[in-house]
Write a protein that binds this ligand. Structure first.
Ligand SMILES: [Zn+2]
Length: 289
């Protein structure tokens, strides 16, 4: 089964060679380019429920070149302020995410992540002076010390852990009641993906993990995570939960996961993660493999 999580499958040609060619970008802007219509960082929808676009007229500053589709260049403008809050803390965004078609969702996620980075990284991390947007928005340059800065992507390992046919899932205190999901954590410098999976599972649940297998990944634009979905094989069912990291973790049987993933079962022993989250795709994948 192929896994295509929400926010992946972005439809534009990113046309990287054009980014370093300001004259060509200006030419494209003048030749029927489109700009993503946003309210701050929130998407605006047209009458068909698709992402709304405006025709670009005249000069505009701080435009990100998103790419080319149907011969037209697509841009988005950097907002005054960014928003690095996690998605769960933004009620409005959850409603909108459920309305967007998969290709629009992927395009919006790309734009949101890079726009937010620009809005929150206007000064040089090396010398503190203001930086300027460069390479069509895929870089910022410091005119004072010459440093170049690039949009962040922060890798996160997210893993199902299996042992004796059971699946280990956990919950954080902020989750809705009865919700359980895959354990996850940011990679640290010096770690491989496998190292991070083994460390996080041991830290949070006290379970040693042997074999680790990559399943699928998901760009998550709140603000810039790359979720790396894995399956780890647990070495025992014994748990030692670190309550400072998670509220609870439990082993679930295949039957319990089947029931939870079937919609509208109030009797299920837990509520699964929402369809926009890669953890949802990982659970579906596990049931089909
Ligand atoms: Zn600098």
């Amino acid at each position: 089964m192929s896994v295509l999580p929400a926010f992946s499958g972005q439809p534009l040609d990113r046309a990287d060679p054009l980014r370093a060619d300001p004259a060509k970008l200006a030419e494209l802007r003048a030749a029927g380019a489109r700009r993503l219509r946003l309210d701050g960082l929130l998407p605006e929808l047209d009458d068909d429920g698709r992402l709304a676009w405006d025709d670009i007229d005249g000069e505009a500053d701080d435009l990100i070149f998103l790419g080319i589709a149907e011969g037209r260049a697509h841009f988005a403008a950097v907002p005054d302020v960014g928003n690095a809050d996690p998605a769960y803390a933004q009620r409005q965004i959850w409603t909108l995410l459920g309305l967007l078609a998969p290709d629009d969702l992927a395009l919006y996620g790309t734009a949101r992540s890079v726009l937010d980075w620009h809005a929150r990284h206007r000064f040089c991390a090396r010398c503190g002076q203001p930086t300027k947007l460069a390479k069509g928005g895929w870089q910022r340059d410091c005119g004072t010390c010459g440093a170049q800065h690039f949009p962040r992507v922060d890798p996160v390992a997210i893993m199902l852990v299996e042992c004796d046919g059971r699946l280990l899932l956990g919950r954080q205190a902020r989750f809705p009641p009865r919700s359980y999901s895959a354990l996850a954590g940011f990679l640290e410098p010096g770690e491989s993906i496998e190292d991070a999976v083994r460390r996080e599972v041991f830290e949070e649940a006290g379970v040693r993990v042997g074999e680790v297998r990559y399943i699928a990944s998901q760009p998550w634009p709140f603000p810039s995570q790359l979720m790396i979905g894995c399956l780890g094989i647990g070495e025992s069912l014994e748990l030692a939960i670190d309550k400072s990291e998670i509220e609870d973790a439990r082993w679930f049987t295949r039957e319990e996961v089947v029931e939870a993933m079937a919609k509208g079962r109030d009797s299920a022993s837990f509520l699964p993660p929402p369809p926009q989250a890669i953890a949802h795709d990982l659970l579906k994948w596990w049931l089909e493999n």
